[in-house]
Design a protein around this ligand. Structure first.
Ligand code: ARG
Length: 471
């Protein structure tokens, strides 16, 4: 009967409409169909290998599964009202195609280990794709860094702390700061993938099986690097989904911070960058407006990515072992986060790749004499003044300069401790060149950093390629 759930055996009444509507997951877990079929094929091979079904029977079921795959990919698969999720839909259709032989598909298996298997396969592939997209954005930023120059003639802008101008930094250094953060995201995703690379297939509903199935065999068939150790854990574990959601939420936080910067940079007040028309939006009422909606949504959507993580953690909390239907709530946040972060990464990559940098505006802002105050203090330190004393001395000159509207350089020239020799420290571009320590923002360490950055990006590319999870 196709209008009854697969589990109808012990029920006398048909399921209520409200039950079906409330409990179905087909509307969102459809996208697991490939992974469900791959998992089922491995399971059928496992049944044959354990001689629970014959080789001929396994071939008939696998043929039916492949037919379902063709129907799914061509959009011809016909769902029926009683299909509560993708797993039951596929099994129903296999039984329809392959009759009594098809009805052997679910031997020794439960939807509990089946769904965990499909979801892990999905994550291995899709998280690798998110890692790739993250690295693509890293590439865009590191290209822009190289264009703006790591050397003495590189573009520079004010570096900020507390959103107050602090010291001049190379624009390349600034771009690279985001790349290092996002390479940690890529690293984190690859570690999550390694940790989730465990086959739960063979755990059954919760306790394993009385049939002689070999969980190692199906794990190998599916390309997992190992099998579960504990069947209860195998069906109840969603740590990998929580980890994936955390990794993505943190990418979202990084994109939000990057986005916020571009929102500021493209204001008339900053004027540090101009977006390409293809990557900006207009206003329905104000004809003059050109808005940085991609950057704003990168900022806005991070809230949703964080919400997906906290929502799942709340679902998992206090759930007793092992599988509970609550776990069905893992999928929508996961699919949504993967989808949204992928869109954000691609849009931001396009926006940043095509934007124009206003180097003179950045330079202008960074050439303010006050940004050389630390250099003055360090100049005194190099000549024997204790730093705290030097700090107070320069601080007093800054205060006088602001109070009396006198240029700091004039006060420095007239100062007994500093004098004319120190004035050149306040000249345009001098401050950025003076940041000479390893990992610092000047051109001397910048050249080294640029090589470190390229090397690290290559390592990350190789690691992602080695995951070998084609989409
Ligand atoms: N649709 C369910 C999920 O996504 C599949 C597992 C249901 N298992 C069960 N025993 N009711 O979690």
């Amino acid at each position: 009967m196709t209008d009854q759930p697969l589990w109808h055996g012990r029920f006398e009444a048909s399921p209520a409409d409200s039950l079906l509507k409330f409990t179905e997951s087909l509307s969102f877990d459809k996208q697991l169909w490939r992974d469900d079929i791959v998992g089922s094929i491995a399971h059928v091979r496992g049944l044959a290998q354990a001689e629970i079904i014959t080789l001929a029977e396994s071939e008939i079921i696998i043929l039916a599964l492949n037919t379902v795959a063709t129907e799914m990919s061509s959009g011809k698969f016909e769902f029926v009202a009683s299909d509560e999720d993708i797993h039951t839909a596929i099994e129903r259709r296999v039984t329809q195609i392959a009759g009594d032989t098809g009805a052997k598909l679910h031997t020794g298996r439960s939807r509990n280990d089946q769904v965990a298997t499909a979801l892990r396969l999905w994550c291995k592939r899709e998280l690798a794709h998110v890692a790739k997209l993250t690295l693509d954005l890293c590439d865009v930023l590191s290209t822009r860094a190289a264009e703006s120059g790591w050397g003495a003639d590189g573009v520079y802008l004010p570096g900020y702390t507390h959103m107050q101008r602090a010291q001049p930094v190379l624009l390349a250094h600034h771009f690279a700061a985001h790349v290092w953060a996002m390479m940690r995201d890529v690293d984190r995703l690859t570690q999550t993938i390694e940790r989730l690379d465990v086959s739960p297939l063979g755990a059954g509903a919760l306790a394993g099986s009385s049939l002689p199935l070999d969980a190692d065999f199906v794990a190998r068939e599916l390309g997992f690097s190992r099998r579960f150790n504990n069947s209860l854990d195998a069906v109840s574990d969603r740590d990998f989904v929580a980890e994936a959601l955390f990794d993505i939420a943190l990418i979202g936080v990084h994109l939000s911070r990057l986005g916020e910067e571009w929102v500021l940079w493209t204001t008339q007040e900053f004027g540090f960058a101009i977006l390409d028309d293809a990557y900006s939006t207009g206003s329905s009422m104000l004809p003059q407006k050109k808005n940085a909606d991609i950057a704003e949504l990168a900022r806005g959507k991070s809230g949703r990515l964080i919400g997906n993580l906290t929502g799942l953690l709340a679902t998992l909390k206090a759930m007793p072992l092992s599988y509970n239907r609550d776990l069905q709530e893992d999928k929508e946040p996961l699919f949504d986060s993967v989808n949204q972060v992928s869109l954000a990464l691609q849009a931001l990559a396009g926006m940043i790749a095509t934007a124009k940098i206003n180097a003179p505006a950045m330079k202008d802002a960074a050439d303010s004499e006050l940004l050389g105050a630390t250099d003055l203090a360090e100049w005194l330190v190099a000549r024997g003044t204790p730093f705290r004393e030097a700090h107070a001395h320069v601080g007093a000159l800054v205060s006088k300069s602001i109070r009396d509207s006198v240029k700091l350089s004039q006060l420095v020239a007239a100062d007994k401790k500093l004098g004319p020799d120190a004035v050149s420290l306040l000249n345009p571009g001098v401050g950025v060149a003076r940041r000479i320590t390893k990992g610092g923002s000047g051109p001397v360490p910048g050249v080294a950093q640029s090589a470190e950055l390229s090397a690290a990006l290559t390592v990350m590319r190789t690691r992602i390629a080695a995951l070998n999870n084609t989409r």
